[in-house]
Design a protein around this ligand. Structure first.
Ligand code: ADP
Ligand code: ZN
Ligand code: ZN
Length: 820
């Protein structure tokens, strides 16, 4: 009987593909294994075996697979289940999930290679009059190495369009075009040195040493190797040998060339924790103990518990206790954090306690490191605890016992692009439930939807309302900018109140954090004569002035030009900057506090691999007096000597055009404020604003989460927003504005006919054009009593219909479920 497998291929196609397998392959294949499968004309992809069966496909003839790539499954049954759920819930394909889920090094793809045609005699190319220059160059290269990759051909021909050339050559039977699988994962090999076998007997040694009389360094290396060998049974690495003997690479190489030494390689694990863990005990205080009890009781009834603990209340210690328990039961633990909060500070705290049980998984790791973490989790070989960003929900857990989502209110848990557009917090809860395990959501400022779930009785709840060590919460005050301006008390963007507080703090030898949620010097450069402001030619935004490199830059596409001293429209020299970013604050500070060390932390100063860590550690070591930054500053950092936190302008946060702007402002301001006064002395927070009576700002100063929640919920109900209504957003993108309008109108009409109400748009978003593509959105709101599954299937049907219309083929459509 012939056998078939259904394979998930890493493409946006909404189906699994069926391939045939031989009886022999049937013996070897299991669901979850990777297979190389042919696809389309020439491509080969890594796919995942989702199902093995005996039913041939109806509409096409099953092709055989190329190769089985695994001995044991790379993807677990739990993962396949989670992917299915995600595809259904987020209206994406399993293939798109596969692309995000596996470290790219496990997803080999075929690469086009060429080799000489067997009928063509390569030795004749110098005489062959029918060859053109390109052909000659390629064949000449093939004489030297019998296989060429596309990347290598590009180097030889120095041009882009190589396929016409090689296709023509294939037709003339000069070459063959093939596909070669490109295996990316490379184990890290360490070089070791040993004495060549024929010298291992003692007899040979005196003779050998004599031979090296005139090569002092070589003799030194040899003697060192012998003495190290006498000391240890372990292999001796080339690195250690060179260090110990004080010789260079060349010396070792000379001995290898003389066949006295032999080199060999051993695969080395990249994931190695070489610090010490100092097994210490954590004694929870009374509040923590009570909260832990509440969580554990909550877990007896419900799968999810929300821990609301004010900043610096010691939530991490509670996580540690819960994690310890799960690990003692032999279970794995996932500790999820927003990418940016995944700092060495926190990793260190966990490693201090759990040592090499802790694995870290995030985007700053190389692909090879990611593969190794993936394998450790899959085989449950090393490390029970994964601390990771969003994408670590895709790891192949074997027996997950607990999920902790720290800073669980963070919007960056949602992936916007590309598909799958999933929310890691929500997906993590589903993941935990597949293992019948629990999820703890921790935060000082719960998201409205999580707190709503508590109110609805869906989540359990625990609270920590005191800072650890009885540290008093910071005093939060608002500074009325209008008033300060009227009294001429502003210097640049600083009120007198803020300047005095900074002076005071620095005098006491304490540190200051200043927050401004915009980078660059100024977001707009405007002509005072004609009003013109330079715009990005590709996007619907004005260019931001960056002083440090004297440029005007687009923050959406990266377009930049030199700073203009004259208006580009009327040539007037009377141009001014409007609005301000972190750079301008830094500049003003430098002239206000000339003898202080002032640093800036934003996207522009943290691009290098360790740049972010460097700023944090020098701030920790008090080498910086004032740190200015964007919201990067707010993410769970624990600084000991910050007494004052200043918010330069709260209004830009509040006025953001988004239904969550108020909730987000509250969260952000409370989080920023939480960086102040984390030790004995009370911290101070000053928030500058033109609207001191704004409800949200009042609620921040009094730390009134419950009141904020109640008011926001009323608004959401009134304007039909989550968590009372669910939302699906359909975004259309095209360079052709007319077509975009036509296309989005078509689908909106289709949905209106089905849903009658609650279909909004199509509408241009705030920024209607990015990278020369126009954007337009349709928003579908879903009341609680309306079936989510049915709604989604209609939404999907609409998109599928739309895609089948020929005239709309050039329009991109993106479906985003829970688009917030
Ligand atoms: P949160 O995550 O709630 O903001 P942290 O977990 O960072 O708070 O705790 C604040 C500070 O208090 C940290 O420096 C932490 O080490 C300390 N701390 C909290 N709980 C304990 C405890 N039980 N024993 C000792 N130190 C603690
Ligand atoms: Zn002008
Ligand atoms: Zn742009």
């Amino acid at each position: 009987m012939p056998f078939y497998i259904d394979v998930i291929v890493p493409l946006a196609l909404d189906q699994r593909f069926t391939y045939s397998i031989t009886d022999e392959e049937r013996e070897l294949i299991e669901a979850g294994m990777r297979v190389a499968v042919p696809f389309g004309k020439r491509k080969v992809y890594t796919g995942i075996v989702a199902h093995i069966h005996a039913k041939p496909p109806l509409r096409y003839e099953a092709k055989p697979i190329e190769e089985i790539l695994d001995k044991t499954p790379t993807v677990s049954a739990h993962q396949l289940k989670l992917w299915r759920w995600m595809a259904g819930y987020y209206l994406c394909t399993e293939g798109e999930i596969l692309r995000s889920a596996l470290p790219s090094a496990l997803l080999i793809e075929s690469e086009t290679v060429i080799e000489p045609h067997p009928d063509f005699d390569l030795t004749l190319i110098d005489e062959d009059q029918n060859l053109n220059d390109s052909e000659y160059l390629i064949l000449q290269a093939l004489q030297k190495q019998s296989l060429l990759k596309i990347s290598e051909i590009t180097l030889i021909l120095d041009k882009k369009a190589i396929f016409p050339v090689i296709n023509a050559m294939a037709e003339k039977r000069l070459i063959l075009i093939n596909q070669e699988l490109n295996r990316q994962y490379k184990p890290k090999l360490q070089k070791y040195i040993k004495l060549a076998d024929h010298y291992s007997s003692e007899m040979e040694l005196p003779h050998l040493l004599e031979g090296l009389e005139r090569a002092k360094k070589q003799k030194q290396a040899l003697l060192k190797l012998l003495s190290l060998k006498a000391q240890t049974q372990k292999p001796i690495s080339a690195k250690v040998l060179k260090e110990e003997a004080g010789v260079s690479d060349a010396v070792v190489k000379a001995l290898v060339d003389k066949s006295i030494f032999e080199e060999y390689y051993i695969k080395k694990d990249r994931i190695q924790y070489d610090g010490d863990s100092s097994p210490h005990t954590i004694t929870l205080n009374a509040y923590q103990t009570k909260a832990l009890e509440e969580i554990e009781e909550g877990f007896e009834e419900l799968p999810v518990c929300l821990l609301q603990g004010v900043t610096s209340s010691g939530k991490t210690e509670i996580y540690i206790k819960l994690i310890e328990k799960a690990v003692q039961e032999g279970k794995q633990v996932l500790y999820l954090l927003p990418e940016i909060a995944l700092t060495t500070q926190l990793i260190q705290r966990l490693q201090d306690y759990f040592g090499d049980e802790v694995l870290v998984y995030h985007s700053k790791y190389s692909v090879n490191e990611r593969v190794e973490v993936y394998r450790h989790i899959l085989e449950d070989t090393k490390g029970k605890i994964v601390i990771g960003a969003r994408s670590s929900i895709f790891l192949p857990f074997q027996n997950l016992g607990l999920v902790v989502v720290d800073e669980s209110h963070e919007s960056s848990f949602k992936q916007f692009d590309p598909a799958p557009r999933y929310h890691a917090r929500d997906t993590a809860i589903v993941l935990a439930s597949l293992f019948d395990s629990k999820t703890l959501l921790g935060t000082a400022t719960p998201s409205i939807e999580s707190f709503y779930n508590v109110k609805q009785g869906k989540y359990a709840y625990a609270q920590l309302s005191r800072r650890f060590g009885d540290v008093v919460p910071p005093k939060v005050e608002l500074v009325d900018l209008k008033d300060q301006q009227r009294k001429h008390k502003m210097i640049g963007h600083f009120s007198e109140t803020l300047i005095n507080a900074i002076e005071e703090t620095l005098k006491e030898g304490q540190q200051v954090i200043l927050f401004q949620n915009r980078r660059g010097y100024s977001p707009i450069l405007e002509c005072n004569t004609c009003g013109h402001a330079p715009q990005c030619p590709n996007c619907d935004v004005s260019l931001t002035y960056h002083k440090h490199n004297n440029t005007l830059r687009c923050h959406y596409c990266g377009y930049h030009i030199a700073m203009q001293t004259k208006c580009m429209a009327c040539s007037s020299t009377d141009v001014t900057t409007k609005g301000f970013g972190t750079e301008q604050i830094e500049t003003e500070l430098n002239s206000l506090f000339e003898d202080k060390v002032i640093k800036r932390m934003d996207l522009d100063t943290t691009r290098g691999k360790y740049a972010y860590e460097k700023i944090i550690s020098s701030f920790e070591n008090r080498e910086i007096d004032i740190l200015v930054g964007t919201q990067m500053l707010t993410k769970g950092l624990d600084f000991r000597h910050v007494k004052l936190v200043g918010v330069m302008n709260a209004d830009s946060l509040l006025n953001f055009p988004d239904f969550r702007a108020h909730e987000r402002s509250f969260q952000l301001l409370v989080q920023v404020a939480g960086r102040a006064g984390r030790t004995a002395e009370q911290g101070q927070v000053l928030i500058q604003t033109y609207n001191p009576y704004h409800r949200i700002l009042q609620q921040v100063t009094t730390n009134s989460y419950n009141e904020m929640f109640k008011e926001q919920l009323d608004e959401r109900r009134h304007f039909k927003y989550p968590p009372l209504f669910r939302m699906i957003k359909i975004t259309f993108k095209s360079r052709d504005l007319n077509k975009l309008n036509e296309a989005s109108d078509w689908l909106a009409l289709y949905y209106r006919q089905i849903f009658t109400t609650n279909v909004l748009g199509p509408e241009f978003p705030g920024i209607s054009r990015i990278r020369n593509e126009y954007h337009k959105n349709i928003l579908i709101k879903i009341p609680q009593e309306q079936s989510l599954a049915k709604t989604k299937s209609y939404v999907k049907k609409g998109v599928d219909k739309f895609k089948s219309i020929a005239q709309f083929r050039s329009i991109k459509v993106v479906t985003n479920v829970d688009p917030y």
